[in-house]
Design a protein around this ligand. Structure first.
Ligand SMILES: Nc1ncnc2c1ncn2[C@@H]1O[C@H](COP(=O)(O)OP(=O)(O)OP(=O)(O)O)[C@@H](O)[C@H]1O
Ligand SMILES: [Mg+2]
Length: 223
């Protein structure tokens, strides 16, 4: 079974993963203190904990629930979402953020109704410098005005500054941890870093949970 198929198992109706995503989708609707969460960062302490998988599946579930959703491939080194949808990475996020802007929309439709992808774009010399431009906030806001939900994938919080920069530009942050491999100390450090930049950490998604989610002390949704 391909990795792609594996990921979509989580989106299969009746699986426990599907139930968790539906619960997460519902909880998000109430997480914004009266205001809907329209822009959401998917963050995680370290590599491979499931950030892109959660971004992807939540995007699918939110679109299936009737929302218009944009997935932003904010990991310009790995470009996991861009690869998943097998779409051209150009012009994408990195080109949309350059001062010239773009004459046409960099969004690509996907085969899922109401789900769009903003691919990563060409790998910039420093993605953190690029994301630190005021254009990033403007882009996310303009997408939030046109679509119901904007989900931003990101590289590991403890590795590069990208997620901490993006954290300041979104309504809420979901932190993903892997039930078996993430170290609690790392997850805590990542959450602390996101809180330090005044990021609105909504909760923790424990990926690949099989009952061990309780060892994480933040509000968790086991997936
Ligand atoms: N719940 C899951 N069920 C099955 N496979 C999963 C699950 N979560 C993650 N994976 C697999 O684990 C690998 C890492 O997941 P993913 O790419 O989502 O992590 P990541 O945190 O985005 O990693 P990176 O930091 O490298 O971007 C992928 O091959 C993915 O398909
Ligand atoms: Mg990823």
């Amino acid at each position: 079974m391909s990795k792609k198929t594996n990921r979509l198992i989580l989106a299969a109706p009746n699986s426990s993963g599907a139930e968790s995503y539906m619960a997460l989708r519902t909880n998000l609707a109430f997480a914004g203190k009266g205001e809907p969460v329209k822009t959401l960062l998917i963050a995680g302490a370290t590599e491979g904990c499931g950030k892109s998988t959660v971004a992807l599946n939540l995007g699918h579930f939110a679109a299936a629930g009737g929302k218009s959703v944009v997935l932003i491939d904010g990991d310009m080194r790995k470009l996991a979402l861009t690869r998943h949808f097998d779409c051209a990475k150009y012009p994408g996020l990195s080109m949309a953020l350059t001062s010239q802007g773009l004459s046409t929309s960099p969004l690509r439709p996907t085969t899922t109704p109401r789900l769009w992808i903003l691919p990563s774009g060409p790998i910039p010399p420093s993605s953190a410098n690029l994301l630190a431009s005021p254009n990033t906030g403007r882009l996310i806001q303009s997408l939030a005005e046109a679509y119901d939900l904007v989900i931003v994938d990101s590289p590991p919080v403890l590795a590069v500054a990208d997620a901490s920069i993006l954290a300041t530009l979104v309504d809420g942050i979901i932190v993903v941890a892997d039930a078996k491999h993430s170290k609690r100390r790392d997850v805590r450090r990542a959450v602390d870093m996101l809180l330090k930049v005044h990021g609105n950490v909504l909760g923790l998604v424990v990926n690949q949970a099989t009952g061990s989610a309780a060892r994480f002390q933040y509000t968790s949704y086991g997936i």
